[in-house]
Design a protein around this ligand. Structure first.
Ligand SMILES: *Cc1c(COP(=O)(O)O)cnc(C)c1O
Length: 379
């Protein structure tokens, strides 16, 4: 069994994907081919925003957003403590200070209450200027953007949506990557919309920021790439990745539909035994992960080993709170109310199960039967 079976997807759509790739090989426009612009237009339409700017990966996408906002030394950026490293990494990359906040115990997304406390702390006790909030759509469920927007409005902060896991999710009819002042996503192969290498994109309705990001991603170009008017990056999406994504976008909604059904089946079989994902009313997840919670660390680790011995791969996203990462040691604020109770609890108890849109009922049954068996043994 695969944790995320990319081969099943390729096998199901091999003819179209091979043709799209062959087309790029024949055309030999490996950088800046027409597929890149076509993809940007298709993604902007899909999300419902004015601009999509493709780039090299989801981490660069976040960094490009911070660069467009001229966030740097002396600035504070608020980041959930429970997320992938990149969400926090980009803040010191541009010279600003990441200020971590706790997450909600049910959705694992940034806690509005903890966020507000962190903002007040920075205002009262530091010389830093609060500038932006990075809200992550963790495991596929959009963050609580109504509550977060109220806070960013109140304190005059910019809102950056890290939709690396959220692309394809919705709140009501509105799609993820349309909630931030700028939003970003990643096309890493295992993400909801994945390519065959690295890729990412930035989304915004703001013309000026979109222009800046288009410049920053190609060495701060002005009129052309040999006219350099600012220090930028080399962060383009290549034509092959764009061609693959254009094909995959055609069947993406069908995959999202299948993910919803597989998640419902998992939950039906597991809800009485473990804590299953909580999707808030009005929210639609893109199911980047199907993550359960066990009662304690020993049970979680025991279950993971038990499943591994039975050739069922699982993953712990994430075993360590961001503020505990050695890389952030020099960046921390002097005092704070860390560790955060919810983040710490999640790091000890979460387990992500095999999940992808091509998963068959037999496989779901095998996973859930083994979980039931393990819990009977340790029960
Ligand atoms: C994967 C991921 C990223 C980074 O994306 P890359 O394309 O791997 O650079 C950023 N944030 C979150 C929440 C992610 O899951």
């Amino acid at each position: 069994m695969e944790f995320r079976d990319l081969k099943a997807q390729y096998t199901a759509h091999r003819t179209e994907l091979d043709a799209a790739i062959q087309d790029v090989l024949t055309g030999t426009r490996f950088i800046g081919g027409r597929q890149v612009t076509e993809l940007e237009e298709a993604l902007a339409r899909y999300v419902g925003v004015k601009h999509c700017v493709a780039c090299a990966n989801g981490t660069d996408a976040l960094q490009l957003a911070l660069m467009a906002w001229e966030i740097g030394p002396g600035d504070a950026v608020f980041v959930p403590d429970f997320t992938f490293f990149s969400s926090g990494e980009v803040v010191p990359t541009v010279g600003a200070v990441p200020v971590f906040t706790d997450v909600e115990p049910d959705t694992y997304n940034i806690s509005p209450q903890s966020l507000e406390e962190a903002i007040r702390y920075v205002i009262r006790h530091t010389d830093l200027k609060p500038r932006a909030v990075i809200a992550v759509d963790l495991f596929g469920q959009p963050a609580d953007f109504a509550a977060i927007r109220a806070i960013t409005d109140q304190y005059g902060l910019l809102l950056l949506e890290d939709g690396a896991q959220g692309f394809g999710g919705r709140i009501g009819a509105r799609r993820a990557c349309g909630f931030g002042d700028i939003a970003t996503t990643s096309f890493f192969p295992a993400k909801p919309l994945g390519c065959y290498g690295d890729g990412g994109a930035v989304f915004t309705d703001h013309d000026e920021w979109a222009d800046l990001i288009r410049s920053y991603r190609i060495h701060g170009k002005g009129q052309n790439k040999y006219d350099n008017i600012r220090i930028g990056m080399n962060s383009r999406l290549d034509t092959l990745q764009a061609a693959v994504l254009l094909e995959k976008l055609k069947f993406f909604d069908g995959e999202m539909e299948a993910c919803g059904q597989i998640a419902a089946e998992y939950t039906r079989r597991l809800a009485e035994r473990v804590k299953t994902p909580v999707i808030k009313s009005g929210m639609t997840s893109s199911w980047a992960q199907y993550t359960i919670q066990l009662s304690d660390e020993g049970t979680r680790d025991g279950l993971q080993s038990f499943l591994r011995e039975r050739a069922i791969p699982t993953a712990v996203y994430y075993p360590k709170a961001l503020h505990r990462q050695e890389a952030f040691a020099g960046c921390l604020l002097p005092e704070d109310d860390r560790p955060f109770a919810h983040t710490e609890q999640l790091c000890r108890t979460v387990l992500s199960l095999p999940f992808h849109p091509y998963m068959e009922t037999g496989a779901i049954e095998r996973v859930t039967d083994q979980i039931a068996e393990y819990l009977r043994l340790v029960g």
